[in-house]
Structures are given as C-alpha cells and as structure tokens.
Design a protein around this ligand. Structure first.
Ligand code: SAM
Length: 376
C-alpha cells in the first residue's frame, strides 16, 4: 500500500475486457438483484459509441477520427473522473460487480481501493484484478447496507469537519433498489458525522435512476422537487454531473441513469436532528399537490391541529398557501426550528403519528358500528 502523501503512478496491465470477464466467469445478470453492468463502451459529449462503431485511426495520425477519439472516454472513466482528483485517495467502491468502474478507479492513481460486493460470483474476477494491482485492491464479500467503513481506512486520514474534505471517496453503481435506501442511511450518517463521515466530509459519486438523480438535485419550485431534494440539499452540495443512456448497460434498464456527486456542507442548512427534519419533510410532501398547511397539520393531534398548524406557520413565517415544491430549504429550516420548540414544550408531540390516531379512530368507529349492529 502506498504511504499517504507519496505520488503514485500506476496503470493496470492489459486485461480481458469486461464482456470477456462476464463470459469467462459466467456472470449473467441476476434479475432479482437488479444487476446491470457497464461494458467497455465509450461516451462522447452526449453519444455512446460501441467498439465496432468507432471510426478507425486516421492513416496520418490526424483527422476527424483522432478528434473524436480525444473526446471519447470509457463510460467508467467518465464516472470516476467526476469524483475529482483521486491521486493517493482511499476509495470505497460499492457493488463492483465485474469490475468495470473498479479498473478505472485503480488507473486513477489511488492509494487503496476497498470494494464491497454481495454476489459471490464476482469475487474470482475481482481477485484477478487484485493480482494485477498488487497491494491496491481489498475485496470484501459483504453487504454495503451493513458494512462498517469507518474502521476500514487509516485513522490518519481523518479531518476536522470544517477542514477540506479528506482524501476518502465513495463511488458506486448500485441497483436502484439499494441506492435510494443507502443514500438516506448515508445522509443520516452525515448528520451524525459517523459511518463514512467519521473521516470528515467524505465525497460520494453515485448512480441513480435518472428521475431520482433529478429529485436529489431539484431546485425550489421545480417539478421534481421532493422529500429527497430537501434531505440531500440541507446537508450537502449536490450536483448531477453526468447522464448515462440506459443502453450503456447490459441488460439495458428501462431508464437512463444519472451520476450524482455529493459534498457534505461544513454547516448543515438546518441545525436540527435528522429524524425531526425527516418527519417535517415527509409530512409536507405526503400531500404534494395540496397547500403546505395540509401536510404540516398532520404533525399535530386532531384536537389541536388547526391552532398548532396556524402557530407553526406564523412563527416560521411561511405562507400556508405555498405548495410543498415551492418551499425552499430556508422555509424548512424555519419550520423545523419552530416545530422543535413546540416539541420541547410538549414532550408527547414528537412521538405523535397521525396514521396511528387514524387507525385508533377507525377501530373505535368499527367497534361502535359492530355494537350497534348486534343491538339491532
Ligand atoms: N459496478 C458494476 C458495473 O457498473 O458494471 C456493477 C453494477 S450492478 C448495477 C450492481 C452491483 O452491486 C452488482 O454487482 C450487485 O451484485 C451489487 N450489489 C447489489 N446489492 C448489493 C449490496 N447490498 N451490497 C453489495 N453489493 C451489492
């Protein structure tokens, strides 16, 4: 392993292509695991070019073919470049599969790459990569949802939260069914500065279904503005840095894919516990087409709903007739600050869940109904 601070220059030796690896180790995608692999295709500004379609080199070394070639890059290289400068970095790749992104990370001059893969079929292929990059690739057969990254890299990498981000990066192309719960878990870790954020403001570059990527980055008022937009944007600077057409993957998913880069903010834009912010945001967006007072009302028991919602909106200085997607992060900040004060004044308030009240009322109504039916 290279000592941190020393410049490393490393290139993988020639290896079988990802398509060949898939054939060699019989790695057909498992539908239940939502596996979609990135092959060695090349991406220009907006076009995806498969190997046979590439124009041949110009006989004199210069010409339209060369220009195009300078613009092309392996899709995986493009994703990895969006993570920033990885020289001497410690990288955690989630879901390496047949290793296409893994190769690009290794070629970016990292000090160490730790990969966590759930499907044991991929381990021998990854082991082959590890042999080609001695001392650089650590393979864990495990689940990213439970793996503890906070102890995996040297303590010396740790930075103060207010400092520049540490030289630790997370990169991954996970199934959509895993990437959304995982980002929520990591946002919560970010708010507690634990998990991957025990090292400081660890940056992440992750793929999402394009629509989810748009929700994560949606600005105030936009159609895609949602719960995810607020939860991500109050804690990080979030940017969609690349769109990959679905046909870059095998098998081809139904949708295109967005690559999103996250850098945690030095100061979260809402200084309240994650669970409290999540509760306020969830309540507002559950009635996304209604005025915001409708969802906010559900934070309070029916008996006090009207009065408490009015008080919350007034103290937070939020217009009750704004729609959820029109609320900015600073509107949410005010709402969370006031709701926090109300919870401090009434210790039962935070535990209140309108769905439970609804259920209780329904069963009371049902009991009354049954009693009356028996009486008849
Ligand atoms: N990174 C590869 C690529 O881009 O070609 C594979 C991408 S494929 C969409 C997702 C990979 O994540 C698969 O290899 C799958 O087995 C792995 N995976 C799925 N769930 C996982 C989990 N909970 N923990 C670790 N790996 C997981």
């Amino acid at each position: 392993m290279a000592p941190s601070g020393t410049l490393t220059s490393f290139r993988l030796p020639p290896l079988p292509t990802i398509r060949e690896i898939i054939k060699l180790f019989r790695l057909q995608a498992v539908k239940q695991l939502s596996q979609n692999f990135l092959l060695d295709l090349r991406l220009t500004g907006g076009w995806l070019i498969s190997a046979p379609e590439m124009s041949p080199p110009h006989p004199w070394g210069r010409g339209p073919g060369d220009l195009a070639r300078t613009l092309w890059a392996r899709v995986q290289d493009k994703i990895v470049r969006k993570a920033g400068n990885l020289t001497n970095a410690y990288v955690y790749e989630v879901g390496p599969g047949p290793g296409g992104i893994t190769r690009s990370i290794l070629n970016a001059g990292v000090a160490e790459l730790l990969v966590v893969e759930k499907d044991s079929r991929f381990i021998p292929g990854l082991q082959m990569l590890s042999d080609a990059a001695p001392g650089k690739l650590r393979i864990v057969h495990g689940d990213v949802l439970t793996f503890k990254i906070e102890k995996a890299f040297p303590e010396s990498l740790k930075r103060q939260w207010e400092d520049d981000p540490p030289n630790v990066h997370i990169i991954g192309n996970l199934p959509f069914s895993v990437s959304t719960p995982l980002i929520i878990k990591w946002l919560e870790n970010m708010s507690h500065r634990d998990g991957p954020f025990a090292y400081g403001r660890t940056q992440m570059t992750l793929t999402f279904q394009k629509e989810v990527a748009e929700r994560l980055t949606a600005s105030t008022g936009s159609k895609q503005r949602s719960r995810l937009s607020i939860m991500a944007q109050y804690l990080c600077s979030v940017q969609q840095v690349l769109t990959i057409p679905g046909r870059a993957f095998v098998p081809k998913p139904e949708v295109d894919v967005g690559v999103v880069h996250f850098t945690p903010l030095t100061q979260p834009r809402i200084a309240q516990p994650f669970k409290l912010v999540e509760k306020v945001v969830q309540n507002v967006f559950q009635f996304r087409r209604k005025f915001c007072h409708r969802g906010l009302g559900m934070l309070f028991p029916e008996a006090q709903r009207l009065e408490s919602t009015g008080k919350l909106l007034e103290l937070a200085d939020v217009d009750p007739t704004l729609r959820p997607r029109q609320l900015s992060v600073s509107h949410f900040k005010n709402l969370c600050d006031v709701y926090r004060k109300m919870c401090d004044e009434d210790p039962h308030l935070f535990a209140y869940n309108f769905r439970e009240e609804l259920k209780k009322n329904k069963s009371k109504f049902q009991e009354k109904d049954d009693t009356e039916r028996y009486r008849l």
